[in-house]
Design a protein around this ligand. Structure first.
Ligand code: URA
Ligand code: SF4
Length: 226
């Protein structure tokens, strides 16, 4: 598969322009079975960008990220952590829904490394336009995309981390602090904060404790921005 890079218009200044182009992405095979590309959404001047795994069944149908149960929980956690919901942008490491058909049901399948790598140029392009102060990495797939395969969310969550110079493919991140117009050579690179995925909160045996942990991690981001 060619990857997403050749579908990205370098002249695009905004995530809205990227979104338009991403509708036609064929950078990996996932576009074939999914309904549509689910690109990121939110404030163009967001201070915090949240990176999930991939759209779910409902997101695939609506064409918007985090509109299902996990999204509802995430928005509540954002509120409870004291983050301004008007200053966030929500996106995913992989922008098409990967699933397996069982009868008529579409069962979520975790994306493979090939999908994460193929789709990462969109994520990098979003960061380059948004220049967020903090990137919140939600769960293992987003962590693989941004921090490499050896990162363990369970052990390294809840810490503000410097932008990963040692990321798996550092060349992917070179352009991140600088947008396509060449602005922002002065803008510091974002810091990263890894935490549990909201879907994992919904699956936890003790949902209240898992939820409180998510809010506690997000509170760190809120404090860092205050
Ligand atoms: N889970 C994700 O990771 N992303 C979504 O958009 C929805 C659910
Ligand atoms: Fe393109 Fe990403 Fe969709 Fe693959 S998952 S087709 S790389 S947008």
């Amino acid at each position: 598969a060619p990857g997403a890079q050749e579908f990205i218009p370098p002249q695009a200044d905004t995530t809205a322009e990227l979104r338009e182009a991403a509708a036609g992405c064929r950078g990996c095979e996932l576009y074939r079975d999914a309904s549509q590309t689910v690109f990121g959404r939110g404030d163009e001047s967001a201070r915090v960008v949240f990176v999930g795994e991939q759209p779910g069944d409902m997101e695939d149908q609506k064409g918007l990220p985090f509109v299902g149960p996990a999204g509802r929980l995430l928005r509540k956690a954002v509120d409870d952590a004291g983050l301004d919901p008007g200053q966030i942008y929500l996106t995913n490491a992989v922008k098409h829904f990967r699933f397996e058909l069982r009868g008529k049901r579409r069962i979520h399948q975790t994306p493979d490394r090939v999908h994460i790598v193929a789709c990462r140029p969109w994520l990098v392009a979003e960061f380059a336009r948004l220049r967020p102060e903090i990137v919140v990495v939600l769960g293992a797939t987003a962590a693989k995309a941004l921090l490499g395969p050896t990162f363990r969310v369970t052990r390294q969550r809840g810490e503000l981390l410097p932008w990963p110079a040692s990321a798996q493919h550092p060349e992917d991140f070179r352009e991140v602090p600088v947008d396509s117009a060449g602005r922002a050579a002065d803008a510091p690179p974002a810091r990263l904060l890894a935490t549990i995925h909201p879907s994992a909160v919904l699956r936890a045996d003790d949902q209240d404790t898992a939820y409180d942990g998510l809010v506690a991690d997000l509170t760190l981001a809120a404090r860092a921005l205050a």
